[in-house]
Design a protein around this ligand. Structure first.
Ligand SMILES: Cc1cc2nc3c(=O)[nH]c(=O)nc-3n(C[C@H](O)[C@H](O)[C@H](O)COP(=O)(O)OP(=O)(O)OC[C@H]3O[C@@H](n4cnc5c(N)ncnc54)[C@H](O)[C@@H]3O)c2cc1C
Length: 410
């Protein structure tokens, strides 16, 4: 993407942001619009991380349930954390429908039940949502399911009417445009290789020289490396793999997914799919391997997963396959704040399409010292685990265990 600059780096800035995905660009827009000189440095080309290659699904994205959060933090904070998850979707909806062009489609999502028990659990939950944080949900029985998906794979499911989708790259470019339009400079192919504390802030080492910055934000999510070992020990990079079918034609895609909704399912090893942004293909994703693999090597498995849901697609060609590294956390919550003077926002657990622009905006406001930047997640412990240094050795056995649980239908 030829949008970033290769001009010489400034020798000093107010704000240096490491990583030019949704988080970094959203934060940059806040600090630059407030008049702080802001430089965003990206190791790869613009969009090298997840923010150009995701499934584009926009959903309420706080993974722990209200009950789990209540047990951990009490009902008040649990409610505020869940509210923040809804606010993230509303923030993106408002941006996408009023300010930027990112292929927003408010078609909703069908959440397919993998077993009859999952269906009864999700129907019960849909009818007993905590007050003030309800979502618009319709329960769809197995006999009604063909109105949502041309498949008998699921045992019914639920439609989440407020879910939406975006074209991921158009969202990235729009956030880039907002950041640079506010005065931020974005420079790609320029990794930050070290960060040193100075009397007035930090000095960042890069192959293109040293940049001094009063404030620094780490917006590196699943690509967090040795630049900050403390963060590397707290995020778990996990490959999420996607394939796209050859163009099938919009009519055929509509036959498969009549309302054009996103589809996800209730398995532990979740799959997600939807019509492509142009409506011509099915884009299908999930965890395709026990250990990380070349995305091309994952095509056969993803294809089998897709064909179990849509046997009608048995003869179609797969034309694209790719992978990106999402960032899980040990408590399945995003984390933002400050550590040793370095700001950070990361750990969206594979759901950063709404969360990263929102928390990027909030951490930018925190860097400005604004009360508006406060969130329900502030001050939470960011947990690490003994013997974990950034290489998730436990991933393959965990995926295997989850696959077995899915296979026996628990
Ligand atoms: C296949 C796939 C499908 C997905 N589908 C969905 C979905 O449907 N819905 C959803 O909500 N989420 C989805 N996600 C997750 C979502 O894309 C991410 O959570 C989100 O994009 C994270 O944005 P970010 O800006 O925090 O991180 P990223 O976009 O990953 O950006 C981090 C950047 O930091 C850069 N970086 C790292 N270290 C350095 C350094 N030292 N110097 C300079 N730069 C550095 C990296 O190069 C990278 O570009 C998906 C992800 C993948 C991979």
């Amino acid at each position: 993407m030829p949008l970033s600059t290769t001009a010489p780096l400034p020798s000093s800035v107010d704000v240096l942001i490491v990583g030019a995905g949704y988080t970094g660009l959203s934060a940059a827009r806040e600090t630059a619009a407030a008049g702080r000189s802001t430089l965003v440095l990206e190791a790869g080309s613009l969009g090298a991380g997840c923010s150009s290659r995701n499934g584009g699904q926009v959903a309420y994205s706080i993974k722990p349930t209200f009950a789990q959060l209540t047990a951990q933090f009490g009902a008040d904070r649990a409610w505020r954390i869940c509210r923040e998850g809804l606010d993230a979707v509303e923030y993106l909806r408002s941006l996408a429908t009023r300010e930027i062009e990112c292929g927003w489609r408010g078609d909703g999502c069908f959440f397919g039940a993998h077993t009859a028990k999952h269906f009864s659990d999700m129907a019960r939950d849909a009818h007993s949502q905590p007050s003030g944080i309800e979502q618009r949900i319709s329960v769809v029985s197995k006999s009604e399911q063909h109105a949502e998906i041309a498949s008998d794979f699921y045992h019914g499911g639920c439609v989440y009417h407020d879910d939406a989708s975006v074209d991921p790259t158009r969202l990235l470019l729009a956030l880039h445009g907002r950041a640079t339009g506010s005065g931020a400079v974005v420079s790609d192919r320029c990794p930050v290789t070290a960060l040193n504390r100075t009397r007035n802030g930090f000095e960042a080492l890069t192959p293109r020289g040293i940049v001094r910055a009063r404030q620094v934000l780490l917006a590196t999510n699943g690509y967090s490396g040795p630049l900050s070992p403390w963060h590397q020990r707290r995020v778990i990079p996990i490959g999420s793999y996607q394939i796209a079918t050859e163009p099938l034609g919009t009519d055929r895609v509509r036959e498969l997914i009549p309302h054009g909704r996103n589809i996800v399912d209730s398995r532990r090893v979740v799959v997600y799919f939807r019509p492509s942004a142009d409506g011509e293909r099915i884009v299908f994703g999930g965890r395709a391997a026990l250990a990380e693999k070349d995305p091309i090597a994952c095509v056969p498995r993803l294809r089998v997963m897709m064909e179990r849901i849509f046997p009608q697609l048995r003869s179609v060609r797969i034309t694209h396959a790719w992978v990106g590294w999402v960032a899980y956390t040990f408590d399945k919550l995003p984390h933002l704040g400050q550590r040793d003077g370095v700001f950070y926002s990361m750990g969206y657990c594979g759901q950063g399409v709404p969360l990263a622009p929102y928390f990027g905006m909030r951490i930018g406001q925190q860097m400005l010292g604004l009360a508006a930047g406060r969130t329900a997640l502030d001050g939470l412990e960011f947990p690490a685990r003994p013997y974990y240094r950034g290489k998730p050795w436990f991933l393959a056995p965990s995926v295997l265990a989850y696959r077995l649980i899915d296979a026996v239908g628990l």
